[in-house]
Design a protein. Sequence first.
Length: 219
Amino acid sequence: DVWYPSFTYPTDFHNVNVTQINGYIHYRSRVLSASPGLTFTRLGNYVFFKQGNFDLDQTVMPVQSSGQQVFAAPELNFTLTMAQHIRLTGKVIYNHMLKNDDEAIQIPELFVNGQLSYENIFFNGNLDMHTGIDVHWNSTYYALGYDVPAQQFYVQQSFQSKQFPIIDLFFNTRIKRGRIFLKYNNLMQAFTKQGYMPTPYYPGQRNIIDFGFDWSFYD
């Protein structure tokens, strides 16, 4: 049997209020571009979906937090030009929950996105090429569950989405009016034989190759 906490379902909600302040410092040079920053967010009367016993047929319903959710998110965005056509770009975000009443907000503590790429133009501008590797990683956290009947995501505290590096290889090229793209998704799964679950019990993108092309029949 599945146990659901009991709730008294409200008949109306108060207006949600949000206060958000952010700021960045920008530095740019020929080699390095960096933008450290901070975002501060406060939520009041936050409405979210939650699973419970509402004395209704539906077990996932919207509820309103009686408290507040306050979190700070320092981040760093950067671009490093290591050679004339080779670039490393990245974003790192650290989410620090200062207050999280009702456990209404569920986000990873750490996000990391990065791309190492080579980009160049050949044959007097007739061939553009962009190739490289994309990396995404976030720390383990309680991801939002998904309720099929309600078609809504809801907070849950029973299943953790484990940390898993998502690595994609890509190749894009434009030849005059034509474009060709190729992408190998989730390289790590080919070696570890393991995947990731962005939502409990719903596996993410498996290792697979995407490819295609398009052609514009006009000048």
